[in-house]
Design a protein. Sequence first.
Length: 442
Amino acid sequence: MKKVKKMLLAVLTLVFVFSLSACEFPGMGDDGKEDKDDAGKIEASVKKVTVDAGSEEIIEIENYDDLKKLKFEVEDEDIAEVEETDDGEYTVTGISEGKTSVTFSAKDCDDLTIKITVNAGEEPEPVEIEVSVTDIVLTEGDSAYFTIDNYDEFDALDFEYDDSVAGVNEIGDGEYEVVGNGEGETEIVISAEESEEVVISVTCEAPEYEIVVNDEGYVEFGTYEQDGDDSEAEPIEWVILDENADGYLLITRYVIDVQPMDSRTSGDVTWEDCEMREWLNGDFYDTAFSDDEKELIVTVTNENPDNDYYDISGGEDTDDNVFLLSFDDVIEYYDMDVYSSSTYYGGDEELVVEATTCALDAGVFAEEITQTDFEDWGLEDYYSGDCIGKTGVLWWLRTPTESPNGKPSFCFIHTDGEVGYDLYGEVGCTDIGVRPAIFISK
């Protein structure tokens, strides 16, 4: 009996030891290692991803809600990028051609690696920049406008042009102003990263010169020193003598300078070969007028009539930019009262002309017409009296005449507006003023 009890006790002891050894290290197998079959898994909707550069694909983690501390890492983000766009949803964006992978990891789970292949894909079609115009013609100082009709399709637009000719200002989304800066041609080249260039041709023209008429009714054209202050030349005021379909014949309001007609003291001197003509069409022309103003001055072919009273040749016809009136011009353009038909001696109150400060300082002969002079000289029979109080001066005409001593001479207008073939000034006189005339186009 004792022997049986001992055997039973031994059996129970073996069972207990076996049971204890089997439960002592839960989760371990017979070799003492962790049982991987019991580890958690990350379950994805795909095992690999193939995507074109610039395109996207979606990876879904199907057991997202069962996972703790889920993370991911991309092997090479220069090839593809991955972004969590929703719970359990990950967007793969192809960047450049190549292969990479994304690895997901979570607590108590095996890592899950998904391979990613990025193909080059098709080159996107360039977007055409749609502009409202391709040619612009405008005047310097003016503006023109254009629009980019598909402006919203571009992230950024670049403009290249010659800003000495034109400038471009954005005045609204897709709306642009082109400003003419200077005469010439340029191209506005518009480009964007995803488009082909588009070109707008721009021509900027010089502005048409507008005739400026001041409050007193005189045309302002050109500049010349007149007030004696050398800091800045003053606008020249002109009287309109005549107008036709082509333009205007102008003569200065004032005598603006003093010059001898010529330096010779003998022989024949005509307008054609005199030094006054050379000075007017040379130094004076270049000083008084800008290049734009010269474009408006018409070269006139002047007839130079003979002086029939003294039988003196007026010389050949001349082509002039600037000139003096002839005796015949005075008769044609002024309402002259003739006192003596033989010498064509007469006058007109409009011929009483004053001089600029510079001309007076240069020594032009001048005298004030007083009420007494007006009456004593008999002007009241011909003039209205508007000339009373004016300081009239002498001014040259381009018609040659004769002097008693035989020296070459030219006609001139007297201080009281009188003129005649027998009113002469020797060509070397330095007290007779200059009143230039020009013809400008419309």
